[in-house]
Write a protein that binds this ligand. Sequence first.
Ligand SMILES: [Zn+2]
Length: 290
Amino acid sequence: MNTIDLYDAPSKYRNAIRAALKAAGITLPSPGKRVEACGRCGGSGRFGPLVVHNGICFDCGGSGKAQRETPSLRLEGEACDLALATVAAAEAADREAQRVAEEAAAAAEAAQVKAAYAAAIALPGVADAVQVSDRLGRFHADVLRTVLAKGYASDKQLAIIAEGVAGLAKAATAPIGERVTIKGTIVGEYTKRSDYGDTRKVIVATADGWKVALTAGAPDLTKGAVVEVVATLEEGYGGTLNGMRPKGWKVQPAPAPAPVPLTEAQAVEAEERAEDAAIDYAREQGAGVD
Ligand SMILES: [Zn+2]
């Protein structure tokens, strides 16, 4: 005969079991007490090696029973079957409710994503940027993606997106495939890693508005340097063209950074330090006389 203890059922299902039993006309006796199995030995009464306390569990002294008493109500036969069926049905209902809730949450999220996208696409320049998004550079594409996900944009974000699109348009007007003289300023540098080793690259912004990535052949190619070089233009990535086989670098190194003007406090301090130095010098000279 099947048997379970009502108190072994999850507490949230116990009332459902009681209701089902009542509806079936099954009267339950009042709950009794049961002693839990010992948590340390799992009810065996034995724990650990024989050399320690003869292998007898410390917690229960070998009885296998815990000191704690809990309520108990045995359900047998029909009552047991009904209880198990009730729990199974309740669990199924819970799973279904959870599925429905998850589906609703997913639908709400999808609706939110859709609404954000619709709001973003209406912002100036965003729809145009989406058209060319697969060709945008990573930075511009990231900003565009953020705006599309949020559904709004700051002026700065819109300016960045517009700049990305404009860069692509400019790059499209470049004489791709031709060997040309590239004149401009180095606006960026990076290291391209490959199986053959690292290659230092610089990005030159030209007066025509293109950006060209070139392998840096000369050591004085740093950000801010004004350069001239002959290279073959190839389509690049994110509005930056590739300048292949650069030859004949002419470099005007980056100008030294302009001195930062002193604050008033710094000027006073510098003056005091100069005075102190003059006094020290005078003392040393005097000491020499003595
Ligand atoms: Zn024990």
